[in-house]
Ligand binder design. Structure first.
Ligand SMILES: [Zn+2]
Length: 267
């Protein structure tokens, strides 16, 4: 079940790109050093886990860099656990209040930007979510939500785009359908620019299938920033990460609120 061998190739490629950037930007040296230590600790931890000498299955001293491969995987897992627990608490409260909230999952796939405009791409998405979620119809329909923003890359044509995924608690009295549906509302929040609805589901969590579908989607919401596999490229001679692209993507992600817990789903 070990994810280490696959992740290690990406982790190495990303570290090499950092080393390359750090030679031009001394400010990166400290972060690079922490990331190198993080990778050593992570590998040692997994080595210990395999021989049964580690105390905790999923802990090592992390660097918490936005682009570190092992930290990204660990952070996604932690956030998914938080989302599920906040969600279950909110559903318990709802059972007492009897409002009948429906768990609703949605992913919007946004338009592409040139990689050089990755910062604009992420900022526009965050602004779009702010407009979308402050509309009257949304506020009336949604009692609480968690939303995540993931940056996707298309290395073939040098573009990036975002996918926004949200788990929302939707009231029975929602007027969203009368307002034209979620996608229409989402597009309106971006001057009607084309975006696609990639996923939409209202699973019945009292069934096993519905619950599993929800748990699966929770990991989707928790996957924010950029996956190591999207940051890197596969070449016949191995996995590589382009230092110039890494710099652009890092700038686009740093300091942004990529995961947001709101209202009845606050952590
Ligand atoms: Zn790390």
């Amino acid at each position: 079940m070990s994810e280490v061998p696959i992740l290690r190739d990406y982790a190495r490629a990303i570290l090499n790109a950092y080393r390359n950037d750090a030679t031009h930007m001394p400010a990166l040296a400290a972060e690079l050093e922490r990331m190198e230590a993080c990778h050593r600790n992570w590998l040692a931890h997994h080595g210990a886990a395999e021989t049964g000498t580690a105390d905790q299955e999923d802990f090592w001293r992390r660097c918490r860099s936005s682009l570190c491969a092992p930290c990204h995987t660990a952070r996604t897992r932690d956030d998914a656990a938080d989302i599920l627990s906040v969600f279950l608490d909110a559903m318990d409260d709802d059972e007492e209040e009897g409002e009948g909230l429906r768990p609703t999952i949605v992913t919007f796939k946004n338009r592409a930007y040139p990689l050089d405009d990755a910062e604009q791409c992420v900022d526009d998405t965050i602004t779009q979510w702010r407009r979308f979620s402050s509309r009257k119809h949304f506020k009336h329909a949604v009692a609480g939500y968690v939303r995540g923003v993931e940056l996707m890359t298309n290395h073939e044509n040098g573009t990036v785009y975002t996918e926004v995924s949200a788990l929302m608690l939707v009231r029975k009295t929602s007027q969203i359908e009368h307002a034209g549906g979620w996608l229409k509302l989402w597009r309106k929040a971006d001057d009607n620019n084309p975006a696609e609805k990639a996923t939409f589901e209202q699973p019945d969590i009292d069934t096993r299938e519905g619950y599993l579908s929800l748990v699966d989607f929770v990991s989707r919401v928790a996957t924010v920033a950029v996956r190591p596999v999207h940051l890197c490229e596969e070449h016949p001679h191995g996995v590589v990460c382009d230092a110039r692209k890494l710099k652009k993507i890092k700038a686009a992600l740093s300091g942004r609120r990529l995961i947001l817990f709101s209202r009845r789903m606050r952590r």
